[in-house]
Design a protein around this ligand. Structure first.
Ligand SMILES: NC(=O)C1=CN([C@@H]2O[C@H](COP(=O)(O)OP(=O)(O)OC[C@H]3O[C@@H](n4cnc5c(N)ncnc54)[C@H](O)[C@@H]3O)[C@@H](O)[C@H]2O)C=CC1
Ligand SMILES: O=C(OP(=O)(O)O)[C@H](O)COP(=O)(O)O
Length: 344
């Protein structure tokens, strides 16, 4: 079968990771990436063998800097089946009509409003809904983390409601202009935070409310989650459900994996490129069940990489190249070297 030809528009934090993940898929071909700025990242793309394109009004800027470009965004869209839009939040919607004009299916990111796409998406919760769609929105990093554990838990019991607090990292490591540097900021102070609203774009009937604060760190987000169930479960049931779910890792604080800094160090020790942790990490020690129906846990989200596997699955979904979540998860996780279960 012919490989799926994919373009990536935007080669920043998410775009560069998704592009590299696409190039590892046996059923996909990375046709090229689009960058607006002729900077060191553009040179990195070229030196990595990634075909580089630019918006037509930016081509001269690249040529002036001596950075070879293959052509314009439009030239690239002519060659592909799917485009992954990884432009900054809110910019993707400006490109929607361009993608439609070229008859190219589009995967948008969580920084776009839900209306940008036919369906908001998480592999573990609603893979089948995205099959054959023209456009899909992969929800944001925090929402992806919440959905992975919530949908794992929903396999053992019906969930009555979820309440979660999100401790958000202030910026990505490469962002120099953002704060706070020395404060904890309710974000937003007026409840709920947008994360609950975003979860409901995938699970509309779930009773969920979230609060969020921003803290001065760049490594990862942390969530403290309370779920009330309709049925009684044991702690062992919950741990076993999490252990058996792909892309969820259980970290033992008692073994020294006690903070986001330790998790990042572990990823470095594994030799993970850019210390990426696309898996959701749940602290095993934190999992508690009160009175049989109330489940509590804490989890960490590596914001720069958690949505990468879901982007790959979304490409397969729109192209109907994998009929089930299990099928795409098997391929994505093997090719990206993703792990599950307890961190040994
Ligand atoms: N960074 C994060 O932690 C996460 C980001 N997201 C979402 O992913 C999307 C992309 O975010 P990031 O990768 O963080 O942004 P970024 O700022 O790191 O990268 C955006 C890229 O798009 C390029 N760009 C800017 N304007 C453009 C335009 N008009 N046309 C084409 N390209 C343009 C930029 O030069 C850059 O290469 C956003 O929707 C964001 O909300 C989702 C999960 C996590
Ligand atoms: O999508 C993200 O966060 P979110 O799930 O809190 O919306 C990314 O971490 C980007 O968030 P930002 O809007 O703080 O750059």
């Amino acid at each position: 079968m012919a490989r799926i030809r994919v373009a990536v528009n935007g080669f920043g934090t998410i775009g560069k990771r998704v592009a590299e993940a696409i190039s590892k898929q046996p059923d996909m071909e990375l046709a090229g990436v689009v960058k607006t700025k002729p900077d060191y990242v553009a040179k990195y793309a070229v030196s990595s063998g990634i075909p580089l394109y630019a918006p037509s009004d930016r081509l001269d800027a690249f040529r002036e800097k001596g950075i070879p470009v293959e052509g314009s965004l439009e030239d690239l869209l002519e060659k592909v089946d799917v485009v992954v839009d990884a432009t900054p939040g809110g910019v993707g919607k400006e490109y929607k009509h361009v993608y439609e004009r070229f008859g190219v299916k589009a995967i948008f990111q969580g920084g776009e409003k839900p209306e940008v796409a036919e369906v908001s998406f998480n592999t573990f919760c609603n893979y089948e809904e995205a099959l054959g769609k023209k456009s899909v929105r992969v929800v944001s990093c925090n929402t992806t983390g919440l959905l992975r554990s919530i949908c794992a838990l929903s396999k053992i019991a019906k969930i009555k409601k979820v309440r979660a607090t999100i401790v958000r990292r202030a910026s990505d490591p490469k962002e120099v202009k953002r704060g706070p540097v020395n404060a904890i900021v309710p974000n937003p102070a007026k409840l709920p935070s947008h994360h609950a609203v975003d979860v409901k774009t995938v699970l509309p009937s779930l009773d969920i409310a979230t609060t969020a604060v921003v803290v001065p760190t760049t490594l990862m987000h942390v969530h403290i989650v309370f779920a009330e169930l309709e049925e009684e479960v044991t702690r062992d049931d919950v741990v076993s459900a999490l252990e058996q779910t792909p892309r969820i890792l259980l970290a033992d604080a008692g073994l020294g994996l006690a903070s986001t800094a330790d998790l990042v160090e572990y990823a470095r020790d594994l030799g993970r490129k850019r210390y990426d942790i696309p898996e959701l990490v749940v602290w095993l020690d934190s999992v508690a069940v009160l009175g049989g129906r109330e489940v509590i846990w804490m989890q960490a989200v590596h914001q720069e990489s958690i949505v990468v596997p879901e982007n790959i699955d979304a490409i397969r979904a729109v192209m109907e190249a994998a009929k089930s979540a299990e099928e795409t998860i098997r391929i994505t996780d093997r090719t990206l070297g993703l792990m599950s279960g307890r961190i040994p």
